[in-house]
Design a protein around this ligand. Structure first.
Ligand code: C2E
Ligand code: MG
Ligand code: MG
Ligand code: MG
Length: 292
């Protein structure tokens, strides 16, 4: 009986595996077609300057509008894109699309916001992100200072030689570089000395519990201090509550991003959100408690 049960368990496990594998293959085939079919899109999340509560930047976040599955989050398909090598085409598309969208906003009267684009570590290791950025900037005619590349700490630790050159090339063009999820990678702080970095993005995991856990508050304060003494901008990710804003301002943090200010939204929605004197839009801060 135990054996029968075991067999039953085993076969349902195998069936499960089978189904997962089949699903993964189907998803991969779908993803291959997604780019050509225009199913990938970027959503945009505002980045706020805490001193005056103005929208000063925006982060482009990838979404897949799957015909049957609906809107698919990047965590569900980026690993697949990385494994299959599709990430190179996707990353290039993201860069081009983000630069073009930023120019469209400018043409429609939005000020010169900074636009941040996430680049996968895989892509950074294999390609010159500086050349990809250069061609995206050239074809969109966006000025380089408005583009920011987000990378994680781990990228700077591996393949240092060519990444170093890439970072230098980005900097020479005037493109900014932000360290995403700062404080969560496997890295030493030495890279802050060796690489030209413009902005640290404090990971959401520290911000999330900074009001209740003094250790998180201490880390946030320390990162802000580190940024200040190295002359870097510091942005807090994942801000959801006014109390966090209070604490971040007290710490001297420059900027924040999070659901409190706005969730990722379509390009048109972002234009209406951020455009200062457009009748259709509401000023930032309306519809939520004012930030002290
Ligand atoms: P990330 O770059 O750290 O982006 C921030 C993530 O946190 C986004 O998730 C955003 O929607 C979410 N978020 C922002 N504010 C809040 C908040 O207040 N509360 C909570 N709970 N979450 C918040 P998303 O869009 O699902 O993206 C996840 C990750 O996928 C990104 O993390 C980034 O690493 C990666 N990613 C997104 N777009 C791209 C892309 O175009 N290229 C590459 N290579 N990676 C991307
Ligand atoms: Mg990011
Ligand atoms: Mg992040
Ligand atoms: Mg992240």
């Amino acid at each position: 009986r135990a054996k029968a049960e075991g067999g039953g368990l085993y076969s349902s496990f195998a069936e499960g595996m089978d189904q997962n594998a089949r699903q993964a293959i189907a998803l991969e085939a779908d993803l291959r077609r997604a780019l050509g079919r225009g199913e990938l899109e970027l959503h945009y999340q505002p980045q706020i300057r805490l001193s005056d509560c103005k929208v000063v930047g925006v982060e482009a976040l990838l979404r897949w509008r799957h015909p049957e599955r609906g809107l698919v989050a990047p965590a569900e398909f980026l690993p697949l894109a990385e494994e299959s090598g599709m990430i190179y085409d996707i990353g290039e598309w993201v860069l081009n699309e983000a630069c073009q969208e930023a120019m469209r906003w400018t043409e429609r009267g939005l000020g010169d916001l900074r636009i941040a684009v996430n680049i996968s570590p895989t892509q950074f290791r294999k390609q010159s992100v500086a050349s990809l950025a250069a061609s995206a900037l050239a074809s969109s005619r966006l000025s380089a200072e408005r583009l920011e590349i987000e990378i994680t700490e781990n990228v700077l630790m591996q393949g240092a030689e060519r990444v170093l050159k890439d970072m230098r090339d980005l900097h020479r063009q005037g493109v900014q570089v932000a360290i995403d999820d700062f404080g969560t990678g496997y890295s030493s702080l030495a890279y802050l000395k060796n690489f030209k970095v413009d902005r640290l993005k404090i990971d959401r995991c520290f911000v999330r519990t900074m009001e209740t856990d003094p250790r998180d508050a201490a880390i946030v304060n320390a990162v802000v201090g580190l940024g200040k003494s190295l002359d870097l901008h510091v942005l807090a990710e994942g801000v959801e509550r006014e109390q966090q804003v209070k604490m971040l301002k007290a710490a001297g943090c420059d900027e924040a991003q999070g659901y409190l200010f706005g969730k990722p939204m379509t390009g048109d929605a972002f234009l209406a959100f951020a455009k200062p004197d457009c009748e259709a839009s509401e000023p930032v801060g309306k519809g939520r408690a004012a930030v002290p």
